[in-house]
Design a protein around this ligand. Structure first.
Ligand SMILES: [Mg+2]
Length: 351
């Protein structure tokens, strides 16, 4: 986790718009050969000069909709905003190379707060070797808005789309599921406790993994590298941002296939299991619908099974069927339940 800085306040107006962006980005360094001109001109100049294809993705994060600054430190927010975008680049099996960052901010934020935000952005850029090559800052009358665009490159034959899964393929997910959502529930609960008793000290010891997954997610660049090392080229891939079941449905719909997903194969961290018990939540529902996991979900040919089988970072969670068979969860009790974008039908009955 990042440590907090002290909070002296300098008004944004003392720097002006151009001074502000210069001030916030002056320490940023260029790491990619493809960046010819970064920040500081009317536009960045990029020269990919390869036979690879370029991928582009963009995301918009709005205060009060996508994040809550009462428990999201600005440095973490900057880091996470970059991760959300890089995760989409890695889901295409591409190498992320550049990002642009634009923010709209109200004058309730002092320069020091924006420095924290940009420190998180810089930390992400350095760790993932992407160049920040542009962006804009403007004023907002209400909350903070962050828009990031990420670019990357991939050899045409290695790009992993959503619409290319085939019947008989195995469904694989990296890491584990549901922790980020539970981290949010823990933080929400602490916020309520703090409201009632502002002197209370949050006790997050038991939930460190969950809170870290919520506040400081990592895009799975390591998984695309691992797959290359294992010589496994997924037949389709997507990142898990909205929850596993909705991502599985995206792949199935786009590829015109169905699937069977197995409840007993869903990868869960022990903290997820324990906290679900404590909060009286169903861990399967959380794994399927929690969201913000930023893991990679992909399909592989059956021939590649042995290459991924015993890998601790990868779980085979199901297989692809004919479209006419639909998309289902096979429960531990061996019942077949239709998957819905937000969990599975049994969840609606429970609510
Ligand atoms: Mg995505």
């Amino acid at each position: 986790m990042f440590e907090n800085k002290d909070t002296s306040r300098t008004s944004i107006s003392t720097l002006g718009e151009f001074g502000l962006i210069d001030h916030l980005t002056k320490h940023f360094k260029i790491a990619q050969k493809s960046t010819v001109v970064g920040i500081g001109d009317d536009a960045a100049i990029l020269d990919f000069n390869t036979k690879k294809q370029v991928v582009v993705t963009t995301d918009l994060l709005v205060e009060g909709v996508h994040f809550d600054l009462s428990y999201m430190p600005l440095k973490h927010l900057g880091y996470k905003a970059v991760m959300v975008n890089l995760s989409d680049v890695y889901a295409m099996n591409a190498e992320a190379t550049q990002i642009t960052v634009s923010i709209a901010v109200s004058n309730r934020f002092p320069v020091e707060a924006l420095e924290e935000l940009y420190a998180g952005i810089q930390a992400a850029a350095v760790t993932y070797k992407v160049d920040v090559v542009g962006g804009d800052t403007t004023s907002s009358t209400s909350g903070l808005v962050i828009s990031i665009t990420a670019l990357g490159q991939v050899a045409a034959e290695k790009a992993t789309r959503r619409d290319t899964a085939n019947e008989g393929d195995l469904l694989v997910v990296s890491g584990d599921l549901g922790a980020a959502y539970l981290g949010l529930q823990v933080l929400e609960r602490e916020k309520q406790v703090f409201r009632v008793n502002p002197n209370s000290q949050p006790d997050l010891e038991k939930y460190t993994y969950l809170v870290e997954r919520q506040l400081k997610p990592e895009a799975r660049k390591d998984i695309t590298a691992l797959l290359a090392e294992l010589e496994v080229l997924p037949t389709s891939m997507i990142d898990v941002s909205d929850g596993l079941s909705s991502e599985v449905i995206h792949i199935c719909k786009k590829s015109n296939v169905g699937c069977n997903l197995y409840e007993d194969k869903l990868p869960l961290d022990p903290q997820v299991i324990n906290t679900c018990e404590e909060f009286n939540l169903d861990s399967t529902t959380i794994a399927l619908s929690g969201g913000e996991d930023y893991e990679l979900l992909f399909t592989i040919k059956q021939d590649d099974f042995l290459k991924v089988k015993a890998n601790p970072h990868l779980s085979v969670i199901g297989h692809i069927t004919k479209e006419s068979e639909g998309t289902h969860l096979i429960t531990r009790a061996n019942t077949k339940i239709p998957l819905i974008a937000r969990g599975w039908n049994a969840m609606e009955e429970k609510e």
